[in-house]
Design a binder for this molecule. Structure first.
Ligand SMILES: Nc1ncnc2c1ncn2[C@@H]1O[C@H](COP(=O)(O)OP(=O)(O)OP(=O)(O)O)[C@@H](O)[C@H]1O
Ligand SMILES: [Mg+2]
Length: 477
């Protein structure tokens, strides 16, 4: 039997609509005329607004910092301060606040100036009830749309995260499902994928969903250890095991006891150490360098690589038996370029993270920037996206991140795309002339060489150059 409340709300969408419809917004009126504040309170007594009043700039700013009202009704003429200045200060404090300026002396010029300075709207005094309610109705419509989008985005971002890994593309949903099934049982797992695709994040997810999650997660980057120290770093050594081994050492494996050892860049493991690693994977035992005793260990191992391990086997750089042992349980990560449908979610995820890290407002990407990011090839995958958005958030001055906030290499790409776009829309003859110029520049103006490369006669080159200079003359005129 369904409860009355479950009958009222049929779908999550309807629940969201209800929240949006029933939202009550704070409205701050800054006006030295107490009766103006009273009037607004009366007019809005039946509307979904909570009206607050402030008689001067100081009290107004104080209430703004405490209440964060989404809407402010600001008198243009206040004692000791101009409404325009106060508008600037309010927007500097929080650009997301909508300010409606109210003035007794309505003029078109100051209305335009107010809007240019960032006011949401401009109204004449005395307030005409109908007109005022109409404006607030419009504002409420905008605010509801913003609230709805924000809630949907947050809901979506929440739903499309798995242990901090964001994605909802079919390939990422596969990855999530694999992790969920593998984590409780695996002893050894291999995570593959290009650089920056999230291999370490997957390793951490495997760890935190495994029965060993209360133990440590130890990272060992195989590429960073000198070949001659590899065994002792991984398995430890006894005192005096070799010159310089002045003290006993616990290796990575032992320090990950009861937890997970993440062997990053496993493709770089020296051949000499591979047999010992295989023994660890097969028998859970290790031998410290310089001792003959073996020791049982209890841990899980996640290895990762961005290399083709099969190829390393063919090149005799990886033992085949180790390869089979490692690759039995494999989680392969897709390139970002192959799952661009995840871009909007990932962008939101990183924008929120960096906005809060750098103490900024809610940040958004302009449509132009979204297009640039969607067209980029993302060779560095999620790490590159993360770095780009971190940079953009640092550079952003307002709420919107635009082309000028992008790292130089992406801005350069934009300029190049525009230039190439220009190339698309020119007549064939112009392209020929441009190509000739490029070839001439390449051969330092040597027309004989240019003629050879282009497969045309020198006479044709002269003719083309003449044509070009005629064209240039015409354009100058
Ligand atoms: N799906 C994802 N959602 C959110 N953040 C992600 C995702 N994948 C990766 N990241 C983030 O991107 C960065 C790179 O991820 P990670 O270090 O796991 O990649 P990697 O494959 O190990 O890279 P490399 O090969 O360069 O070592 C990290 O900061 C990580 O938190
Ligand atoms: Mg990594």
């Amino acid at each position: 039997m369904s409860s009355p409340s479950s009958r009222q709300v049929d779908s999550p969408g309807q629940a969201l609509d209800q929240v949006v419809d029933q939202a009550v917004y704070d409205l701050l009126v800054i006006d030295d005329d107490q009766s103006a504040i009273g009037l607004v309170t009366d007019i809005l007594s039946l509307e979904k607004f909570r009206v607050h009043g402030a008689a001067d700039a100081h009290a107004g700013l104080d209430l703004i910092s405490r209440l964060r009202p989404p809407l402010v009704l600001l008198d243009l003429v206040l004692p000791g301060v101009s409404g325009m200045d106060l508008l600037k200060r309010i927007l500097a404090f929080d650009p997301s606040i909508d300010v409606i300026l109210v003035t007794g002396h309505y003029s078109m010029e100051s209305a335009v100036e107010a809007i240019q300075k960032g006011a949401y709207d401009y109204l004449a005094k005395p307030l005409q009830v109908d007109r005022f309610l109409q404006k607030l109705g419009k504002w409420r419509g905008d605010a509801s749309a913003r609230l709805r989008t924000g809630m949907l985005e947050a809901e979506l971002a929440q739903a499309c995260q798995f242990e901090g890994i964001v994605g909802r593309s079919p390939s990422m949903l596969d990855v999530f499902s694999k992790i969920r099934r593998i984590a409780p049982h695996f002893q050894t797992a291999l995570v593959t994928g290009e650089s920056g695709t999230g291999k370490e994040s997957v390793a951490k997810a495997l760890h935190s969903l495994s029965p060993y999650s209360t133990g440590p997660f130890v990272v060992c980057n195989c590429a960073a250890i000198p070949e001659n120290l590899f065994e002792s770093e991984l398995f430890g050594h006894s005192q005096g095991a070799f010159t310089g081994a002045t003290r006993e050492k616990v290796g990575f494996v032992e320090s990950a006891q009861g937890g997970t050892l993440f062997l990053d860049e496993i493709g770089e493991i020296p051949l000499a150490a591979q047999a010992k690693l295989l023994r660890l994977l097969q028998n859970s035992e290790i031998q410290r360098v310089g001792t003959s005793r073996t020791k049982q260990v209890d841990l899980r191992i996640v290895a990762a690589t961005n290399r083709d391990l099969r190829r390393l086997v063919d090149e005799n750089r990886l033992r085949e038996d180790l390869y089979y042992r490692l690759s039995m349980i494999e989680v392969g990560l897709p390139k970002l370029a192959d799952r661009k449908e995840d871009l909007p979610l990932l962008q939101r995820h990183f924008l929120d993270r960096f906005a809060s890290r750098y103490g900024k407002q809610h940040l958004n990407l302009t449509r132009r920037v979204q297009a640039v990011l969607a067209n980029h090839n993302w060779a560095g995958n999620i790490r590159e996206l993360e770095n780009v958005l971190s940079y953009c958030c640092m550079m952003a001055e307002g709420e919107q991140i635009d082309i000028r906030d992008l790292p130089d290499y992406l801005q350069k790409q934009v300029r190049q795309d525009i230039a190439e776009g220009d190339d698309l829309l020119v007549p064939m003859r112009t392209m020929e002339l441009r190509h000739l110029q490029r070839v001439l520049a390449h051969v330092n103006g040597n027309r004989g060489k240019a003629a050879e490369i282009l497969g045309i006669s020198r006479t044709t080159i002269y003719r083309l150059l003449e044509e070009q200079s005629n064209l240039e003359e015409q354009t100058e005129k």
